[in-house]
Design a protein around this ligand. Structure first.
Ligand code: NAD
Length: 260
């Protein structure tokens, strides 16, 4: 019989929990019966989560995923409070104020800073989770938020007549993240602990974008076009659950067919 698609009695860290998608992931973890540890650099956003969900199954703490002491402390504190950490979702989205420029306008220093903050932070958090699983002999499922743009070239035409673009850093970051996720799984094989990491790659998520952009994006999709954050949580809960316990190093694309 297959394992249930439930997070009952599991503790899951959510990095970037105060963000647009992160808040909804916290909801989804709690709704699936799990305990959530919401982590972010945004204190007000964390307080808002506590206001909504209370503090029984939810714990909130400041975390900078680009700081090793901060990451180690978050894992240790969650372990002390809940007895074990069974998984994590990294949905952080660090970027500097100049992120999002057109290709020819991107300065070398900004390229390095934005890729470093993002892929560097995901590296550090993934390393800490793998180390935690190994040291505690703890079965662990990590889900990294990638994007369709980690595996497909941008459709620049959907941004025509808007101020939007698909930043070059993002292509490097998300392609790198998907392959780094495979790397870590390969590295952890044979070490006697069931540590697995996978990616979920959403298509575009609705957040008040330009109507022209939404219409031209939607032409490439099956039925909805741009998605709500709730539309990607099924894939995330599945990968965290025991139903996915033999799924290792994969990338699950949730994009209403945009990339097909
Ligand atoms: N929004 C989309 O359309 C979309 C589509 C595909 C993939 N994604 C991916 O989903 C993830 C979340 O996107 P979002 O739209 O919710 O972003 P968001 O900006 O709304 O939220 C990101 C959160 O990360 C936090 N954060 C930034 N740096 C951090 C750090 N160093 N340590 C801890 N937390 C930090 C921010 O405070 C914020 O709360 C990102 O990885 C993004 O690339 C987003």
């Amino acid at each position: 019989m297959n394992a249930p698609l439930s997070l009952q009695s599991k503790t899951v860290l959510v990095v970037g929990a105060a963000g647009h998608i992160g808040r909804i992931i916290v909801d989804a973890v709690l709704s699936a019966g799990g305990r959530a540890v919401a982590l972010d650099t945004d204190a007000a956003g964390l307080q808002a989560l506590t206001d909504v969900h209370g503090a029984d199954a939810l714990s909130c703490a400041m975390l900078d995923m680009a700081n090793r002491a901060s990451v180690d402390r978050a894992l240790a504190d969650a372990h002390d409070r809940f007895g074990a950490v069974d998984g994590a979702v990294n949905t952080a989205y660090p970027r500097n104020p100049r992120y999002g420029r057109q290709f020819f306008d991107v300065e070398y220093a900004d390229f390095c800073e934005n890729t470093g903050l993002h892929i560097g932070g995901y590296f550090l958090f993934m390393q800490a989770c793998a180390r935690y699983a190994l040291e505690r002999q703890q079965t662990f499922s990590l889900v990294n938020l990638s994007s369709i743009y980690g595996s497909m070239a941008p459709r620049f035409e959907v941004y025509t007549d808007t101020a939007m673009t698909m930043p070059v850093e993002y292509a490097a970051i998300k392609a790198g993240l998907e392959h780094m996720t495979r790397y870590v799984n390969a590295y952890m094989k044979g070490r006697g602990v069931a540590f697995r990491a996978n990616c979920v790659s959403p298509g575009g998520i609705l957040a008040g974008q330009d109507e022209r952009f939404l219409a031209s994006y939607g032409k490439h999709c099956l039925s909805k076009g741009m998605l709500d954050a709730q539309d990607v949580t099924g894939a995330i809960v599945f990968l965290l659950s025991d139903a996915a316990r033999h799924i290792v190093g994969q990338n699950l694309i949730v994009d209403d067919g945009f990339s097909i």
